[in-house]
Design a binder for this molecule. Structure first.
Ligand code: NDP
Length: 397
C-alpha cells in the first residue's frame, strides 16, 4: 500500500528526492515537500506537476525548533521523514520524529553550529529512545555516506572473509563554468574541507594537516586526478561496524583552481565560523560567504562532465586468497540535470535517500533504533540503485 513521505529541505538534494519519490507512486503515495522558504518548494512542485503530472504538497517549515516540525507531522501524518535540510537540523528533526513516532532518514551527520565536528555520537545517543518508541532512524543515506557504506557491506557479504585496507575515492570531474562554487551547501562543504584530515589505521585515528596528503588516483572514464585525504563521517561508523578493518581512508578530488580560491578565502578570514562584529552587528564570515556564492541547486544548467565515486578494498577473500576489488558508480552532470534539474552531486545524494526510504516503507529494511546503512542487507538496495539511475560496476584493481 502506498505510503506518505515528508521531505524537509528544498535545496539541490531535496529537489532530487522529490523528483525520485514522484517517480514511484506505488511506494510514495503522497509527498509533502517542506523547507524554510516555501517558494523553493513550490518551484520544485510545479516542475514535478509538469513532468510527471503529479501534485505534491508544499509547506513552509523552520525545522530548527521541534515544535514546528511536530505540528506539520501531526497535520500530514507521514510514514517517514526524509531530512535533507542541513546537518544542524538533524537533532531537532529526530526529536520531532520521536514525539510523533515517525521513521527518520538523513544524509549527513549532526554538526553543532559553533564547531565543525563530524561525529555520530549525538545521533547514536538516540538509540534507546528510538528503540523504545518502536521506530527507525536511518543515518547517512546519501552517496558518501550512504552508497559507499552499502558498497562495503555488499563486498563483505559476497567476497571477503576479512577486509583489511579500504579507500573510498570520490572524484568530481565536472565543470560548472563558474569561477568558484561548491557542489553542495557551501557552508557545510567548506567546514568539511578546511578541517584537519583524519584516517584510521591499526586501531587508532591518525590526524594530518588539512589537504596535506594527496596523490593521483586513476578513475574509470575520467583518468588520473589529484585526490586529497580528508576525514569523512562514514569512516567512523564503518570502523565500528566492521572492526576487522585495518586501515580506512577517504580521498576526494579538487582542482587547482578550487584550492587556490579556497586558500585565498581562508587567508582573508572568510571561512571562519566564529562570529565577528561588522557595523555593530554580529556576523559569521562563512555564512556571509555562503550568501555570495552560487546556490548548489543553481549549478546544473551548464554543468558538464562526470562524478565517479567508489570503494577499493584489499583483504582476504572467501577462499583465503588475496582479494582486491573496486566498486563504483559514474554519474553524468548533464543527464542528472535533464532528469531532475540539478547536477550529479545532488543527484547521487538524492537517489539513495529515496531508495533508503523505499527500503523502510516496503519493510525490506526493518528494525527499531538508530542505524547506519551498512547494518542492513545491501542486496535489495544495490538492485534498486541499478533501477533508479545509479548503476554500479565492479572490477579488480
Ligand atoms: P542546500 O543548501 O542546497 O539546501 C538545504 C535546504 O535546507 C535549503 O532549501 C534550506 O532552506 C533548507 N533549510 C536550511 N535550514 C532549514 C531549517 N532550519 N528548516 C527548514 N529548512 C531548512 O543543500 P544541499 O541540498 O546541497 O544539501 C542538503 C543536505 O545533503 C546537507 O545536509 C548536505 O550535507 C547533505 N549532503 C550529503 C551528501 C552525501 O553524499 N551523503 C552529499 C551532498 C550533500 P533555504 O533555501 O530557505 O535556506
Amino acid at each position: 500500500m502506498a505510503k506518505k513521505v515528508m521531505i524537509i529541505g528544498a535545496g539541490g538534494v531535496g529537489q532530487v528526492v522529490a523528483h525520485k519519490c514522484a517517480q514511484v507512486p506505488e511506494v510514495f503515495g503522497e509527498i509533502l515537500l517542506s523547507s524554510r522558504t516555501k517558494a523553493k518548494c513550490d518551484r520544485i512542485a510545479a516542475r514535478i506537476q509538469e513532468k510527471y503530472n503529479r501534485k505534491i504538497q508544499t509547506a513552509a517549515l523552520d525545522a530548527d525548533k521541534p515544535k514546528n516540525t511536530i505540528k506539520l507531522i501531526k497535520k500530514f501524518k507521514p510514514d517517514i521523514v526524509i531530512n535533507v535540510a542541513l546537518p544542524y537540523q538533524d537533532l531537532p528533526i529526530m526529536e520531532a520524529c520521536l514525539a510523533t513516532k515517525t521513521h527518520y532518514l538523513d544524509t549527513a551527520n549532526y554538526e553543532p553550529k559553533d564547531v565543525a565536528k563530524f561525529e555520530y555520537k549525538w545521533q547514536w545517543a538516540y538509540q534507546d529512545k528510538f528503540r523504545e518508541a518502536g521506530i527507525m532512524a536511518v543515518l547517512g543515506c546519501g552517496f558518501d555516506p550512504g552508497v559507499t557504506n552499502i558498497f562495503i557491506a555488499y563486498m563483505k557479504k559476497h567476497y571477503f572473509k576479512k577486509m583489511k585496507y579500504i579507500d573510498i575515492v570520490d572524484c568530481n570531474a565536472g565543470d560548472h563554468g563558474k569561477a568558484f562554487a561548491t557542489n553542495f551547501n557551501p557552508e557545510i562543504n567548506i567546514r568539511e574541507i578546511t578541517q584537519k584530515g583524519r584516517y584510521y589505521e591499526n586501531g587508532e585515528w591518525k590526524e594530518i594537516d588539512p589537504l596535506s596528503v594527496h596523490k593521483p588516483i586513476d578513475y574509470p572514464e575520467v583518468g588520473p586526478r589529484e585526490s586529497y585525504l580528508l576525514f569523512h563521517e562514514e569512516l567512523e561508523s564503518l570502523v565500528k561496524n566492521f572492526p576487522e578493518i585495518e586501515r580506512i581512508r577517504f580521498w576526494m578530488t579538487f582542482s587547482e583552481n578550487y584550492l587556490t580560491h579556497l586558500r585565498v578565502l581562508q587567508n582573508v578570514g572568510l571561512t571562519r565560523i566564529d562570529p565577528i562584529v561588522f557595523q555593530g552587528k554580529k556576523i559569521v564570515p562563512l555564512e556571509f560567504l555562503k550568501a555570495l556564492l552560487p546556490e548548489p541547486a543553481s549549478l546544473g544548467e551548464n554543468y558538464k562532465g562526470k562524478t565517479v565515486i567508489g570503494v577499493q578494498i584489499e583483504g582476504e577473500g572467501q577462499n583465503n586468497q588475496i582479494e582486491r576489488r573496486f566498486i563504483y558508480n559514474v554519474c553524468d552532470h548533464a543527464e542528472s540535470y535533464k532528469e531532475t534539474g540539478t547536477q550529479a552531486v545532488a543527484y547521487t545524494t538524492g537517489v539513495p535517500a529515496m531508495i533508503g526510504a523505499m527500503m523502510v516503507l516496503t519493510g525490506v529494511w526493518q528494525g527499531k533504533g538508530v542505524f547506519n546503512v551498512e547494518e542492513f542487507d545491501p542486496d535489495p538496495f544495490m538492485e534498486k540503485l541499478n533501477q533508479y539511475g545509479l548503476p554500479w560496476h565492479e572490477t579488480t584493481f
